[in-house]
Design a protein around this ligand. Structure first.
Ligand SMILES: Nc1ncnc2c1ncn2[C@@H]1O[C@H](COP(=O)(O)OP(=O)(O)OP(=O)(O)O)[C@@H](O)[C@H]1O
Length: 635
């Protein structure tokens, strides 16, 4: 007979009337029910099936040893109508932040709350890579855009069926299989996503944990849909922990900012531009970022809503509302010193100490991954943004790989994004979850493969390599998929492909360093392209140029600002000199000498600024010409 836990779960899921139908089952058999069994228990309506599926998933996710207990999933027939959810992210999030049926039960139990989670989740792995496939939309189905992605949840494998054409014009299907820590199909709810990703990280925050959760994928693959509910849901668990006596002095502080191009903006303070500085202890600070103390889930929800409104989007040739920025929401758990006793005067120098950071988690909704390729068409601004996106996604991958392989050096300086997330990548307490979002459609197959390759490479340095080797699939009812998962991509080919990509990345990384190699790139920028004039070679040179433009843009603006301050100082000295010369008995020789010195300073300043501007302008011109040439060759 099912336990009271399941009975309550059915009740909360709106399936109370079906409880008698499961009366003869044990909890174990209930959790192993497949969709084809539902009808035998009276569940025939689509909506009821969906509810039951989510309930089982949610209970499985929280059951001890859940990883091993996943039943083989059948391919659901587009249970979720994508269009019904369009534009309704926060209302979805609103549903998701309510505790799952199981969490409700836990909260009611004596050893309640997230603290009662299974021991296996007590020390989550350093990184987890999870893939989530979104359902196809009504529009996509209507235009016959086929679903080419199979998720074999039982073995956490994603299979992409890519249609190809031979030279004799016959069609064939190339299958690509990838294995991840978790492969989630279109029927998996946001609640289940939370339980499998961020949920286990929350407790670590109360033990000095530093966590980050990234949503990666092409535009429209479901990043925002996946990411928006996670902080809301996490805050519900955080508040439950905070209610425990040992955590009463801890408070939740929320901030949210955006990296757009290579600039940082506060999304909770009218998009105020922010600066990033590294202090003496190598701590990277986002200067002036506004932080809000929040006490209820609704508060977090309101802040997400506000940040969403402020998040900027740019228009591109391909998509008029694509997301071209990384948005980062941070939760800082801070321990506040006891409040001063009322009436007791605090003397100067005896102010209470600053609040102490206990734990931190960042939720990062990344820019559309395909935007990194926007480097040839469109206007210059879009090209520069594309280059910055490319650079940051590459740097991010390297940082996560370094974290996973316990590397001593974490290359967080590779981009603004990784620089601001530095503390998530260093130290024993750092934990990262990458959620790679994919579209099911045949029209997106190339981007889907790129996303899966990126996610695959993020985890490939893992020490426990056996854990990530494709295969190990038990033949049975999933024999077809098992065969595909093992045999689709021959391992030597994959190795060769990885080596080639590694080589390319290494070459680019060298170019980014301020070294003689870098100066060569600068030399190229000034001179005419030499040697190989093929599109690939030009594109590579264009990449280098973009990198140096991005770096120099910042230094040019900083130099201009510094010069302006110098000018103001010179002006003050000129004013003083003028006042002095007007006084009776002033020495004209002194005036002439001083004035000449000040003019020289001004002149040198203008010349230096002009030289920097000319160099920069030449690079812009060069970039423009090169991007047009590559675009033409490729068109
Ligand atoms: N798992 C899902 N279930 C149902 N609908 C989904 C799911 N994932 C995404 N969608 C829907 O797909 C559409 C695109 O999703 P979303 O806006 O999250 O994409 P995105 O990757 O954030 O795109 P962008 O990079 O442009 O911000 C939305 O209408 C969203 O509601």
């Amino acid at each position: 007979m099912v336990s009271a836990l399941v009975v309550r779960g059915l009740d909360d899921a709106g399936l109370k009337r079906f409880t008698p139908m499961f009366a003869t089952l044990s909890d174990h058999s209930f959790l192993d029910l497949r969709m084809s069994d539902y009808a035998a228990h009276g569940i025939v309506e689509l909506e009821d099936k969906q509810r039951l599926f989510r309930l089982i998933k949610s209970l499985q996710a929280q059951a001890p040893g859940q990883g091993a207990r996943q039943p083989a999933l059948e391919k659901p027939n587009a249970l979720i109508d994508l269009d019904e959810n369009d534009g309704d992210l926060l209302s979805d999030a609103g549903v998701a932040f309510q505790l799952s049926p199981l969490s409700n039960l836990k909260a009611a139990a004596p050893s309640a709350g997230p603290a009662a989670a299974p021991a296996a989740l007590d020390d989550p792995p350093k990184i987890r890579v999870v893939v989530r496939k979104r359902p196809s939309s009504k529009k996509e189905r209507e235009r016959g855009d086929e679903d080419v992605v199979d998720v074999v949840a039982k073995v956490n494998t994603v299979v992409v069926n890519e249609e190809k054409v031979k030279v004799d014009l016959t069609k064939y299907c190339e299958r690509h299989a990838f294995k991840f820590d978790e492969a989630l199909d279109e029927s998996v709810s946001n609640e289940a996503v939370y339980q499998l990703t961020v949920g286990p990280l929350v407790r670590t925050l109360f033990r000095s944990g530093r966590a980050s959760c990234f949503a990666y994928g092409q535009t429209g693959s479901g990043k925002t849909y996946t990411m928006s509910p996670l902080p809301i849901r996490a805050s519900a668990d955080i508040f439950t922990f905070m209610a425990q006596p040992q955590h009463r002095d801890i408070r939740l502080c929320v901030s949210c900012f955006e990296i757009y191009g290579n600039k940082v903006f506060d999304l909770l303070n009218q998009r105020k531009k922010l600066n990033i500085l590294e202090d003496g202890k190598k701590k990277v600070c986002v200067v002036g970022l506004k932080e809000f103390e929040v006490e209820v889930v609704e508060g977090v929800k309101a802040l997400i809503e506000e940040a969403g409104k402020q998040r900027s989007t740019g228009s591109t040739a391909a998509n008029s509302d694509s997301s071209r920025s990384h948005s980062i929401m941070q939760f800082a758990l801070k321990r506040f010193p006891a409040a001063p006793v009322p009436g007791v005067v605090v003397r100067r120098g005896e102010e209470p100490p600053e609040p102490k950071l206990v734990g931190k988690i960042s939720f990062i909704d990344l820019a559309g991954s395909e935007r990194g390729a926007d480097t040839f068409d469109n206007n210059r601004q879009t090209r520069l943004e594309g280059a910055e996106i490319n650079k940051s996604l590459l740097a991010l991958k390297e940082c996560i790989r370094a974290l996973d392989s316990d590397a001593r050096h974490v290359p967080f300086r590779g981009s603004k994004l990784t620089a601001v997330l530095r503390d998530s990548f260093v130290g024993d307490q750092a934990r990262t979850v990458m959620i790679a979002n994919i579209s099911p459609c045949s029209s997106s197959v190339e981007h889907t493969l790129n996303t899966l390759r990126y996610a695959d490479r993020v985890k490939e340095l893992r020490k426990d390599k056996a854990d990530r080797t494709p295969g190990g699939v038990t033949p049975g009812d999933d024999a077809y998929y098992a065969a595909v998962a093992r045999a689709a991509v021959p391992e030597p080919d994959r190795e060769r492909e990885r080596e080639r990509a590694d080589q390319r990345e290494r070459e680019r990384a060298v170019e980014r360093c301020p070294s003689p190699m870098k100066q060569q790139a600068g030399g190229f920028a000034r001179g005419a392209p030499e040697g190989d004039g093929s599109a690939a070679a030009l594109a590579e040179r264009h990449d280098e140029l973009m990198d140096s433009i991005l770096l120099e843009e910042e230094s040019l603006v900083a130099f201009h600002r510094a010069k302006l301050e110098e000018d103001m100082e010179t002006m003050r000295q000129e004013m003083a000199l003028l006042q002095e010369v007007d006084k009776p008995g002033s020495e004209i020789d002194h005036y002439v000498e001083q004035m000449a010195a000040l003019l020289l300073i001004k002149l040198q300043g203008v010349q230096e600024l002009q030289a920097k501007l000319d160099t920069f302008k030449a690079k812009l011109k060069e970039e423009e010409a090169l991007s047009r040439t590559v675009h033409k060759i490729r068109a």
